[in-house]
Design a protein around this ligand. Structure first.
Ligand code: ASP
Length: 577
């Protein structure tokens, strides 16, 4: 028998029992007559003791055990004289009577402890060792719980788990496809799914009614921080539903997941329109854990001879509660921060709201105290607050202000990782105009329906057409998105038309879907959640890499197996490449 207990199991009540444990040597401490070893497995750490007085040979042999050796020990549980309150097994230790080396280990390239000395790249290269560390293991275990909570909820709600193919034809979700050459069909390629979008819609035509799948999706995007070329979605679709049905079903799922995984009851999840989200937060995935909303102050700032404001499309402020405590240096740093190319503001104006009712702004030359009082009134500032102002092009300035709002909130500690606030954003624009290609692009994807009232403008004024689409954001991160779909062939044709697909192109790429729509397609809609992102939020980490067992680095490489890699000549020939 390899073990009677795990390394996380034994307590004071077990004292006197003879036990067998197996695990890895985390650490060895030699004290003359005594040797101590921390034995580790996924469940915890148990201290082993070897006593020269009891068995001199055994104590000497124990000293040959190196870090990460796999051993099996037999011994008796005794009470520790020196207890460790930090670990659950800290009251006891195993007085070892015999042990066996199950496998020796090379010295690991970094310490396998909660705080390791290994950098990211080396840890990715030896990911199997990194995965021995508790903080990493905990996240993978959390992810498994999340998976289970999702499946339980959806299974209970009568969803059917259906696998869709991985070797498919390109789906247009806006990114590039990964492609796979077909040996049997030389010169032809499969694409890996960016999502199972068209298949799940076809399943609705088939009458499967409620579908889900926890599924790998692939997008060949330029590498940005925290993107993975392959990622996991909780992909869902339902028939005979309207937006409200989808929102309530999946709000339920998210609530259930937070309850089961973190024992947290999520508060209300407000529904904002896209326009409202942009107006109030400058973002379509607002972080609603705190206020500090965007305030338009054009009316109280323009026409005073300050060219920066007068010539701007839009002047926007946020009010930082208690922000008057910022030093001049901190304000300069904030100004430099918004001027970085990533943010792109030309500058930042501030106004201090002093305790004694006076104001001190960076534009005192142009604005007298009465005028500054108007700013404060518009921003509902209290004494000791700070008003931060950006100006410029309408859309740009809102985006910049969103960044500044988040940055200041970070500094102010308003974005605690253990607090969660979600929201829905609905009524996105259906299409966006892209100047470069002189084309309209689907903001979500081409299968998203317009809201019925706007359908008549699809030809005459596409920019005003709202989509029957919705996203869920939690803590300022998009965690899911979907839409009520187009289910009639005519409207789908109109949409392809708007997106600049010729009849032939549409037929070639999506003929199968449009044909299916001719055989009785029910009204349907769905959503997909990013499982990695959700897991990262629940685990309180900023990086989805932390919640993926074997992630790629930020160049899209798996540095452990060293992929991607060239093919050898024979393979290339066989594939006709
Ligand atoms: N297929 C969409 C996506 O991956 C989600 C959906 O519309 O259900 O973003």
């Amino acid at each position: 028998m390899h073990r009677t207990h795990t390394c996380g199991e034994l307590r004071i009540a077990h004292v006197g029992e003879e036990v067998t444990l197996s695990g890895w040597v985390q650490r060895r401490r030699d004290f003359g007559a005594m040797t101590f070893i921390d034995l580790r497995d996924r469940y915890g750490i148990t201290q082993l003791s070897f006593n020269e007085e009891l068995d001199q040979k055994l104590n000497t042999e124990a000293r040959s055990l190196g870090r990460e050796f796999v051993i099996k020990v037999k011994g008796v549980v005794i009470e520790r004289s020196n207890k460790n309150a930090h670990i659950p097994t800290g009251d006891i230790e195993i007085q070892v009577r015999e042990f066996e080396v199950l496998n020796a280990a090379l010295t690991p390239p970094f310490t396998i402890e909660d705080e390791t000395d290994g950098g990211e790249e080396i840890r990715l290269k030896y990911r199997y060792l990194d995965l021995r560390r508790n903080p990493i293991q905990d996240k993978i275990i959390l992810r498994s719980k999340l998976n289970k909570a999702v499946r339980d909820y959806l299974n209970d709600a009568d969803f059917i788990d259906v696998e869709t193919p991985v070797l498919i034809k390109s789906t247009p979700e806006g990114a590039r496809d990964f492609v796979v050459p077909s040996r049997m069909n030389e010169g032809q390629y499969y694409a890996l799914p960016q999502s199972p979008q068209t298949f799940k819609q076809l399943l609705m035509v088939s009458g499967l009614d409620k579908y889900y799948q926890i599924v790998k999706c692939f997008r060949d995007e330029d590498f940005r921080a925290d993107r993975q070329p392959e990622f996991t979605q909780i992909d869902c679709e339902m028939s005979f539903v309207e937006r409200e049905d989808v929102l309530s079903t999946f709000e339920g799922m998210i609530r259930s997941v937070f309850k089961k995984v973190k024992d947290i009851a999520l508060g209300d999840i407000p529904i904002l329109t896209y326009d409202e989200a942009i107006r109030r937060f400058g973002s379509d995935k607002p972080d609603m854990r705190f206020g500090m909303e965007l305030i338009d102050i054009d009316e109280v700032t323009k026409g005073n001879g300050f060219g920066v404001f007068d010539n701007a499309d839009s002047v926007v402020a946020i009010n930082v509660a208690g922000g008057n405590a910022y030093t001049r240096k901190q304000l300069d740093e904030l100004t430099n921060w918004v001027k970085r190319p990533q943010i792109g503001a030309l500058g930042m104006i501030y106004c201090r709201v002093n305790e004694d009712g006076t104001y001190k702004s960076s534009v005192d030359k142009f604005f007298n105290p009465d005028q500054l009082a108007k700013w404060a009134e518009t921003c509902q500032s209290q004494p000791n607050d700070l008003i931060l102002v950006l100006s410029g092009d309408k859309d740009k300035v809102r985006k910049q202000m969103n960044e500044l709002r988040l940055f200041v909130a970070d500094q102010e500690g308003l974005r605690a990782k253990d607090q969660f606030k979600g929201c829905w954003v609905v009524d996105f624009p259906l299409v966006e105009y892209d100047e470069e290609s002189d084309k309209w692009h689907a903001m979500h994807h081409p299968f998203t329906s317009p809201i019925p009232e706007d359908r008549e403008y699809m030809k005459s004024d596409p920019s005003r057409v709202k989509a029957n689409a919705y996203d869920m954001a939690i803590n300022g991160m998009e965690v899911g998105g979907g839409s009520i779909r187009i289910h009639d062939k005519e409207l789908q044709k109109q949409m392809f038309d708007l997106l600049g697909f010729s009849e032939e192109e549409a037929q070639e790429q999506f003929g199968f879907l449009m044909n299916a729509f001719e055989y009785g397609a029910p009204p349907h809609g769905g959503i997909a959640f990013g499982l990695d992102r959700l897991a990262a939020i629940l685990a309180g980490t900023d990086s989805i890499r932390d919640v993926i067992a074997f992630p790629k680095n930020n160049m899209g490489r798996d540095v452990m197996i060293d992929a991607p890699a060239p093919l050898n000549a024979d393979q290339q020939k066989e594939l006709g490449l």
